[in-house]
Design a protein around this ligand. Structure first.
Ligand code: ATP
Ligand code: MG
Length: 571
């Protein structure tokens, strides 16, 4: 199932010479034929029962993107047909996340609940035409009569109930006279149809939980298949783009829509493959469970595949769009590698992120021949990819912080960092030669000593003497403390959804590491703003977390510098 090079080729096959994917091509053809009066109107129909994840982004980038590309419009419609699971918190979060990716529905914000009256009227009409009936069987009985793909189902004993009785019961269902689960309204189609969705599908069920928009006005609520196509129709949607699991629903979509539409206007459904990502899950039910059980810190935990999680992790809209564009829209189910998403953010931040110096695991370095009390300013490139962004100053003095990992007393052969007797360059500053270290009673290294070469200052003529290693550093006297949250994969296995049993047991127990006393340079400390992205020299890309307060700076690691995907594709 993994997306490999062959599938990458299939993606290309589905993209034609105009650079259009297969859905865009269908839209273009419909417009050329003058269908629906030459109108294009798409919609994104989230159910407000959870936060959006990157899979939803794939869907709405298609919906809003196609409208943008062909001069059409895209509606945002909340599919709020199940009052038991829905909430305004989700509505607001969904709007925020769509805006974050740069899309806007303008005045086209709709709710499926707006159509409850029309849907109800249509149901009544279908009853009157003998096309729907009230079934009093339990859901188990109904399921038992469904048959199998190769065996026809059985008719319900209530199937041929007189029209008047159906009308009366349906009305009373909606008045709240009957218990939840005691009755449903079913379409009377064909219990032997080879498409199981045609075997008298349920149109309405009784729910007594008040709806967050319509209150207790309704006691019957339409099922997805009865609500979706008609909502498209009421809104004037022309292209209803969704994921492949709706392919078998399409004939039913058309069946119900045909009850309303004519040649002048009729919406159509087109399906594409959903986004699945390695080392995570996309099911809203499972994501909700992680949140509710405290297995992550919330919907926006930086390990989550949600858009708010990715945002908090430091992902940018540009990187997400780039990734979606790379995986493309096809008719084949695939499992997409998270490394490709990481490649996209790395490429984006390499271009955009300002470079700064941070030591995450500090140990003191003392330059014994550097004058006490003296400070110099070293100048560091803000972004070598954008020379026009210039440089910023960084103080340098006798005592510095360097990474513990950059020193070894007895190193293996190819260790080109700091070790007694060897020279290294301190980035943007001097070459220093290590002379030794001090340890505490437990053998932990507490200080490292070195001598600097005053002739080797970066940028001076003749100072570019070659040494093998270059280390980053931060001036001790002017450093500010910060917390760094370092993340790993949320799940320990590549495809958690393919495993039987409890998915929570597949969580990676080491997905969060917190370092409390990182040292950051003063120029960075002065400009801390939540959501800003930085490259920490030699360490990776980081972003300022919203937990930051005036006296406690928190960074999230977005991604390391090493690109495993680029390496993989070169093989
Ligand atoms: P549910 O199981 O609650 O229906 P859902 O993820 O399908 O979950 P919706 O709110 O119904 O949630 O999704 C809105 C739209 O996003 C749908 O049109 C759906 O096809 C699309 N979508 C959902 N998940 C993905 C995914 N992983 N990749 C691409 N599109 C997706
Ligand atoms: Mg859905």
């Amino acid at each position: 199932m993994t997306m490999n090079k062959e599938q990458a080729i299939n993606n290309e096959e589905l993209t034609n010479e105009n650079g259009l994917n297969f859905i865009e091509q269908e839209i273009k053809d419909d417009l050329a034929k003058g269908k629906n009066g030459g109108r294009l109107n798409t919609r994104f129909p989230p159910e407000p029962n959870g936060y959006l994840h990157i899979g939803h982004a794939k869907a709405f980038i298609m919906d809003f993107g196609a409208a943008e590309k062909f001069g059409g419009t895209c509606n945002l419609r909340f599919d709020d047909t199940n009052p038991q699971k829905e909430d305004t918190e989700y509505v607001e979060a969904i709007k925020r996340d769509i805006h974050w990716l740069g899309y806007d529905w303008e005045d086209r914000l709709y709710y499926a609940s707006d159509y409850f009256p029309q849907l109800y009227d249509l149901a009544v009409r279908l009853i009157k035409e003998g096309k729907a009936y009230v079934d009093e069987q339990t859901s188990e009985q109904i399921a038992a009569q469904k048959g199998t793909p190769t065996q026809p189902g059985q008719n319900s004993p209530f199937r041929d109930r007189p029209i008047e009785e159906n009308l009366d019961l349906f009305e009373r269902m909606n008045k709240g006279e009957f218990d939840e689960g005691s009755m449903v309204l079913r379409a009377k189609i064909d219990m032997a149809n080879s498409n199981m969705h045609f075997r008298d599908p349920i149109m309405y069920r009784i729910i007594k939980t008040p709806h967050w928009r319509t209150g207790d006005k309704w006691k019957v609520y339409p099922m997805y298949d009865f609500a979706h196509g008609q909502s498209d129709y009421f809104e004037g949607v022309t292209h209803s783009i969704c994921t492949l699991e709706f392919v078998p629903h399409r004939p039913l979509y058309e069946y119900f829509v045909n009850e309303l539409a004519d040649e002048s206007y009729c919406p159509r459904q087109i399906e594409f493959n959903r986004l699945n990502l390695t080392y995570t899950v996309m099911s809203k039910r499972k994501l909700l469970q992680l949140v509710q059980e405290g297995l992550v810190s919330g919907w926006d935990d930086p390990r989550m595949p949600t858009l708010c999680g990715l945002r908090r992790r430091g992902y940018t809209p540009a990187a997400i769009k780039d990734f979606i564009n790379r995986i493309g829209y096809t008719k084949y189910e695939a499992l997409n590698h998270i490394e490709l998403l990481e490649h996209s953010i790395r490429e984006n931040l390499n271009k955009e992120a300002t470079r700064v110096s941070v030591v995450q695991n500090p140990v003191k370095l003392i330059l014994t021949n550097y004058p006490e009390g003296q400070t110099e300013e070293m100048f560091m490139d803000n972004n070598p990819e954008k020379p026009e962004e210039g440089k910023h100053g960084m103080p340098f003095s006798r005592e510095l912080w360097i990474e513990q990992e950059d020193f070894m007393e007895n190193p293996p052969k190819k260790f080109f960092r700091m070790t007694p007797g060897k020279e290294v360059r301190l980035k943007g500053a001097y070459i220093v030669k290590c002379t030794g270290c001090k340890k505490d009673n437990d053998g932990n290294i507490t200080e490292i000593y070195a001598e600097y070469d005053p002739e080797s200052k970066s940028g001076l003529p003749g100072a570019d003497r070659k040494v093998k290693g270059t280390l980053h550093w931060v001036n001790a006297a002017t450093a500010t403390d910060a917390e760094i949250r370092d993340y790993d994969r949320l799940f320990a296995v590549e495809n958690p959804s393919a495993h039987e049993g409890d998915f929570r047991e597949l969580l990676n127990p080491d997905s969060l590491k917190i370092r409390k006393n990182a040292k950051i340079e003063p120029w960075l400390a002065e400009r801390i703003k939540v959501g800003d992205n930085y490259q920490f020299q030699r360490l990776g890309y980081y972003t300022v977390d919203p937990d930051t307060t005036p006296d406690h700076i928190v960074f999230n690691k977005t991604i390391g510098l090493k690109d495993t995907w680029a390496k993989e594709m070169k093989k």
